[in-house]
Design a protein around this ligand. Sequence first.
Ligand code: NAP
Length: 285
Amino acid sequence: MKQVNANGLLIPALGLGGWRIGDDPAKAESEIAAIRRGIELGATLIDTAEMYGGGASEELIGRALAGIPRENYILVSKVLPHNAGKRHIFKSCEDSLKRLRVDYLDIYLLHWRGSVPLEETVWCMEKLVSEGKIRRWGVSNFDTPDMEELWQIPGGQNCAVNQVLYNITSRGIEYDLIPWCEQQNVAIMAYCPLAQAGTLKRLAPDVRTDPTIAAVAKKYGATVMQVMLAFVLKKSCVCAIPKAGSVAHVEENVAAVSLKISDEDWALLDSVYWPPTCKMHLDIE
Ligand code: NAP
């Protein structure tokens, strides 16, 4: 599995998303099997958040991870903006650890910017690192000016990850944010890498019915979702966390890591989904 450099911590290029995991008890068995299969196949980066299902995602992931040696996976969770200050973050982190049934998180992210000053959040994150509760910290939904501001704060340059929306239909970050993060060794963690399998209607066309992606997929004996993943994984500083609720989807997604598409076919896809030629606003789901 390709590895991505998150400010010195190497993380696998493909992981597993945790949003909407654990919401429906009828799906729990399939979701647990999917997570365990993903880890077996090397997709050992697991993303969740205190927000997801009000903790239900973390709880289900905790159940799925039971019995697996702690060093065999990289666990990411996120603190809500209003909890990201001295008053609440330490309890938030402790609650996440309890639900996940672990002693530490590998990466703790600020879910998005809120009203708590960035300086305070950075100070808290550094304290959590020094206490051994988290190994690294990062941010989510930060655009380039936010990152530049973070870089001016004491300790801000220890940020390891920026988790942002990125897929073939939403390429604005290629203009400035990806190059900026790559230069600073900040890993880009692509969320919605499958454009929610065609259902991200507010932001993306339905990729399932796109004839160009389908034609490229057919040529390589791949699926549309595999081409979507191969696209985000092309860049060396980008990892992806597609959410998959079944073993079959996880296996299909992991197989996409070894999919090699020619420059000519990427150019064909570029002719439909243009790379940005100017600064664009950051898409947020
Ligand atoms: P996504 O990963 O782009 O798409 C998930 C959808 O794709 C699910 O409906 C899933 O269905 C389907 N799917 C997965 N593999 C498939 C396959 N091989 N073939 C067909 N369909 C497939 O969207 P997302 O869940 O919104 O984003 C991924 C993760 O990013 C989230 O789970 C979350 O961890 C994170 N995220 C972070 C933020 C943030 O603000 N930081 C925002 C959004 C998401 P099944 O469930 O049936 O497999």
